[in-house]
Design a binder for this molecule. Sequence first.
Ligand SMILES: Cc1ncc(COP(=O)(O)O)c(C=O)c1O
Ligand SMILES: [Zn+2]
Length: 394
Amino acid sequence: MAYNTSMNFVCSLCGKKAPVSTRAAMCECGGLWKLDFQPPPFDPDLIDRREWSLFRYRAFLPLGEPEEPEGATHRERVMSGEHASASIYPAWRAVSLGEGMTPIVRLDEDLLLKMDYFMPTLSFKDRGAAVLVAHCRAIGVDSVIQDSSGNAGNSIAAYSARAGIKCEILVPEGTSPAKIAMIRSHGAQVTIVPGSRDHCADVCRAKVAREGVYYASHVYNPFFYEGTKTYIYEAWEQLGRIPAHLFVPLGNGTLFLGMVKALEELLAAGIIARMPEVIAVQSERCAPIARAYEDGAPSPARVTPLPTLAEGIAIGVPARGEEILGYIYKYNMKVILAPEERIPEARAALAGRGIYCEHTSAATYAAYLALREKQGRIYDSLIPMCGAGLKSDH
Ligand SMILES: Cc1ncc(COP(=O)(O)O)c(C=O)c1O
Ligand SMILES: [Zn+2]
C-alpha cells in the first residue's frame, strides 16, 4: 500500500527528524517525538458525512494514505468485491470499530456531557487507539506493547486484535479486574507490574529499549493525540459552536493535548473566534501539573502519588508535562483539583440521573461542582464522560 513516507517525526529536544515509519519510540537523545503534520484549514465541507465513525474527519488526520478514487462509494466497491484490493482499502477502514460520534447530553441549564464512554471499548481512548493502530497497520507493524492504567490498554488491545497485530499490555497492580479481563479477551498478553502506574511505565519502556517492540503508547506516540482531536471536531459539528468552558481530566494529557491541538486548528481556520476557557482537572492526591502551575514552573512538580479513586488520572510523572504546561500558560487555562472524598457522591449524583460513569469521570464532575460552589454558576460548560462505570467497580 502506498504510504506517505514524506511525513516525519521531529524530536522535541534536538529537532532531529525521522520518517513516521520509524520503529523508534523516541529520539536517540531521549526527546519525545512530535508529528510534523499540518492539516488543511478546518473546513466543514471536508467532513465525510457518509462515514459514521471519527474517520469522517480523516481530511484533518495524518493517515498518510491516498484518498480513495472519486466515483464509486465504498459501499459500491464492497458490493462489487473490489474492496479486497489493498490499494483502495485504507488501513483505517480495516481498523475502525465505529468509534467516535458520541452524543452530547444536556445535564442541566449550564452543563453538557459528552458521552465518550459510548465507545467500542467504553472509553475515550478509542479515539487515539483507532488512529494509532491504523498507522501501525499502514506501516506494517506486527507486534506492539504498551503500558496503561487500563483503558488505553483496552483500546490498543481491541484495535490490535481487529488489525491482526500481536499485543502485550502492562498494567500496574490494583488495575480493575474488569479492565484486565477485557484486555485478555482481545487476545492480548497482560503483564501485571507490582508498584505504581509510573513504575509500570518505566518497566514497559525498559522492555521497549531492550527488545525493540513497537511502543504503541498513548503517551509517547504522536498519532494517538491526532485521534483525540476528534473530540473537539465532533463537539463543534454537533453543537455548531464550542462551549465557553471545557473541563478535561488531566493525567498524561492525551485528551487535553488533542483538544488543544484541535481548538488551535479551529482558531486558525476562523471557525471559532477565541479560545474557550479550558479547565483541566487533576486528582488532589496526584497533582504534578497543578502544583507546578501554582509555582509558575515550566516542568511538572515532583509528587508522591497517593491512592485515589480517580485511577485514570493518577499519573505522577506525565511524560509530556512541559508541553502541557506550555499550553496552560499560553492560553491562561485553569487547573483545578478533584476533592477525593466527593468523588463517590458526584458519581452517585450522575448515576441518579441515569449516567453510570467511571470514578475518574465522576472526579471531573466533583471538581466542577466544587468550583461552582466557590465561584457561582459556570455557564455553557462541557464535561467528557470518559469511561463507563462498570470498568471501575472494584
Ligand atoms: C476514564 C479516564 N478518564 C481520564 C483519563 C485521563 O487521560 P490522560 O491520562 O490522557 O490525561 C483516563 C486515562 O487513562 C481515563 O481512563
Ligand atoms: Zn533528539
